[in-house]
Design a protein around this ligand. Sequence first.
Ligand SMILES: O=C(O)CCC(=O)C(=O)O
Ligand SMILES: [Fe+2]
Length: 339
Amino acid sequence: MEVLMSNWSQSVESLPENYIFPLNKRPGNQVFPVWKNIPLIDLETEESQNRAAIIKQIFDASQEFGFFQVINHGVPVSLMDDTMNVFKEFFNMPAEYKSSFYSTDISQKCRIYSSTLNYDKEEVHYWRDNFTHHCHPVEDHVDSWPEKPTRYREVVGTYSIKMRKSLLKILDLICEGMGHKQGYFDNELSKTQLLSVNHHIPCPNPSLTLGMPEHSDPNLITMLHQCSVPGLQVFLNGQWMNVEPMPGALIVIPGLQLKVITNGKFSSPIHRVMTDSAEARTTIGTFLIPSHDILIEPAKDGEGNLPVYRGYTYKEFFSTFTGSNCDADTALGCFKNKA
Ligand SMILES: O=C(O)CCC(=O)C(=O)O
Ligand SMILES: [Fe+2]
């Protein structure tokens, strides 16, 4: 069977057996509650005297939920829509074209694959294709990006630059809240920028499968742009909650490196993706990631708290993370100082 699901016929009638999760892992038929009061932070007033209030909102949201949405984030809604349309077009391109980007080699800088990095070894596959490539600085990577749709390079280039700017602004607010000077994160800690586009074709039976496993993001910080089809769930107070898309808003997900650098002040939420029976779902993630050899350690907080984690390189963390089956607690446990 063709590995890339977006190359299957869009009208799959029944769920192939190797997408059916065991009973204890499938979402089942339960109706999940919608998380109605996700913290929504308006960044427009960020330059004014409200800066301190915005920093407080970010810290409150990150401590309590590990998760928030932003509006007036500096990425024009028309550009967000254009970019989403470009990716929808990309996933609807002929099978041979998409397959020309297929690779399971993570060192390949622009590639498409299906399910997880572990496709060949996993017993059950996740219902998704993922297209991913590097994007910072744009001029170093643009030649490896698709030439079709014809607007791809121009639209995705502008989008990547705006997304980076917005994330660095949020990181500046965070570092100010930590008592550090601006630009604390604007260096090797955020050097790598990856675009990660998830695409899930309509699924014949969402109760039996998942679009993405439960996970925390291993990077520094993620900005998530959802299309209008819901699917994202966050694990909150012992239950899965649906995060419904809000037009024009972006979701900010602190990654595990931000949890370590803030010495556990920020949490990195556990989330997963459900599939939809009626419509295809596309989401665009922008990941800021430290460069491989940079030292990550809790920043001094001026409050005399002992560092919860020891220093390590991102390379060391990432190999521990993948070696722990991408389980955040297991991986972070390897870097905890003894109490
Ligand atoms: O597609 C989504 O809603 C979430 C994607 C995600 O969690 C990820 O790419 O890490
Ligand atoms: Fe994620």
